[in-house]
Design a binder for this molecule. Structure first.
Ligand SMILES: Cc1cc2nc3c(=O)[nH]c(=O)nc-3n(C[C@H](O)[C@H](O)[C@H](O)COP(=O)(O)OP(=O)(O)OC[C@H]3O[C@@H](n4cnc5c(N)ncnc54)[C@H](O)[C@@H]3O)c2cc1C
Length: 378
């Protein structure tokens, strides 16, 4: 079945946008040629449900998607390996296990890489939320290694992920009540969100007895500082400071933009090598400023799928026939406060309530369930 003739499409990474590609192949039939998906883990973890898993709202495997049955139904060959290098001109990649895989077209959706140690400094208490796939087991082993519950947890990062993790840690330890501090950085909590959403987040943090420090964190000589002050003693440091770009795409000669992210045009094609496409956090659109988030990675998936299908079926059309992902003027963000409620933020509108918590759980679980339906389990 895998020996179909025609072009070889290599999907690198089981990220949110590639889930959309697999879904498209299942719904509309796979395109001409052979599709291979290379990703290190069979299960991909949905980041939107990580804080809920930490808080104990979801069982450990509830927020994961099994790529094996999805790939099978999509007619794609799943290779559990990690891409380590690319030669875009000779159309090949190298992998951690020492393989060399050739392709005609390649699509890269591998997210961002951990950068806490480079940005903050080395420390045995430090746990980077990235790689997202292994965060939950790494958190569990850190806690087992510590032997007892932490007395003071510091969460570093004022974005939606950091805020949700601070609330999740508060909820997880319940009445054992360690100190929890959120170090949101100088940009402050929920930078980029509306003033109302930020006010609601500050208020909810206060109510949950989570200290908020709006200064940059750094580690120096084994001590955690924010601004001029030390926050010691701290037992556990969780960093959710955004992902850096992996180095291998730029090293291989793909055009990259500021920070090393793969520079793509409005069709998600590399601006230097148009037979290579990229989407999600690893890519940076050159024609517009699209923030890196799961929402945009998910929404760009169907466009990526349509463009890959067109290229594989031989309709390059010089780019004119390809589709472009245009984000809506505002996206709905639901930031869980781990007490059954969430802060809903849409443009300048924001509200905090139980209905938003319910909506978040409904959207997240429905999204996960849609893949179980696609892979034929439901
Ligand atoms: C705690 C937390 C909560 C968040 N909540 C939200 C939210 O509610 N809403 C939102 O919009 N965003 C949220 N985000 C941001 C969101 O996680 C990212 O923007 C999103 O995961 C990016 O998706 P992606 O498709 O780019 O990559 P990812 O989802 O990170 O997937 C990358 C995939 O590529 C694989 N991979 C990595 N390296 C390689 C390699 N070298 N070779 C092959 N495969 C590789 C990985 O194993 C993984 O399967 C959150 C982030 C965190 C940390």
């Amino acid at each position: 079945m895998m020996q179909k003739t025609g072009p070889v499409l290599l999907l690198v990474g089981g990220g949110h946008a590639h889930l959309g590609v697999l879904a498209d192949w299942i719904k509309h039939g796979s395109p001409r040629g052979r599709t291979m998906l290379i990703t290190p883990h069979r299960h991909t973890r949905y980041s939107g449900m990580i804080p809920g898993t930490v808080a104990g709202e979801y069982a450990i495997d509830e927020g994961t998607i099994d790529l094996a049955p999805l790939a099978k139904r999509a007619g794609a060959e799943l290779v559990l390996d990690r891409c380590t290098a690319i030669d875009p001109s000779h159309r090949s990649i190298e992998t951690e296990n020492g393989s060399r895989i050739e392709f005609d077209y390649c699509s890269i959706d591998i997210g961002g890489v951990a950068q806490a140690r480079e940005v903050l400094g080395e420390d045995p208490r430090l746990l980077d939320v990235r790689p997202i796939a292994s965060f939950i087991p790494r958190l569990a082993s850190k806690r087992e290694g510590a032997g007892s519950d932490p007395g003071h947890i510091a969460v570093i990062g004022g974005g939606a992920g950091g805020v949700e993790l601070a609330f999740a840690m508060r909820r997880r330890f319940g009445n054992r009540h360690p100190r929890v501090t959120l170090i949101a950085g100088e940009a402050g909590v929920l930078d980029g969100f509306s003033r109302r959403a930020r006010t609601l987040a500050r208020r909810a943090l206060r109510r949950a007895d989570i200290a908020l420090v709006e200064q940059d964190a750094r580690l120096k000589a084994g001590r955690l500082f924010a601004g001029m002050h030390t926050l010691e003693p701290v037992d556990l440091l969780i960093a959710s400071i955004g992902g850096a770009a992996p180095v291998w795409p730029g090293r291989g000669g793909l055009a990259v933009s500021r920070g090393g992210f793969i520079a793509v045009d409005r069709h998600q094609r590399s601006v230097s090598h148009p037979h290579i496409l990229a989407a999600g956090d690893v890519a940076m659109r050159q024609d517009s400023n699209i923030p890196r988030s799961g929402v945009h990675a998910v929404h760009s998936g169907p466009v990526l799928a349509a463009n890959l299908r067109r290229l594989l079926d031989g309709g390059d059309g010089g780019g004119g026939a390809l589709r472009s992902y245009r984000p809506r003027p505002a996206s709905l963000y639901l930031v869980s406060t781990a007490d059954g409620k969430a802060i809903a933020s849409y443009g300048i509108f924001a509200a905090h309530g139980r209905w938003a918590g319910w909506l978040k759980r409904w959207i997240d679980t429905r999204w996960i369930a849609s893949f179980a339906k696609l892979d034929g389990r439901v």
